[in-house]
Design a protein around this ligand. Sequence first.
Ligand SMILES: [Zn+2]
Length: 79
Amino acid sequence: MPPDMRLRCTVCGQDYLAPYRNTVNGERFLLCAECDSVWLPGDDTSRPSGHSLSTVFAGHQFRPDEGDWDLIEPVPDGG
Ligand SMILES: [Zn+2]
């Protein structure tokens, strides 16, 4: 993806959104690795989402320091 096509995070403005996949149920989402904001399919990426990884894992408190990063993985080239 060309650099000018990337979506800058509208929450922190510090990083670009990257496609990720929930390895538990296969759901796709966009993640800002800088502030952990999440955009679900259908969310307007031009606006702050209000979602986080805790939204992706509904009812599960996401703990990045306790190995929960194993529950998500980057999706190369959005595919
Ligand atoms: Zn961000």
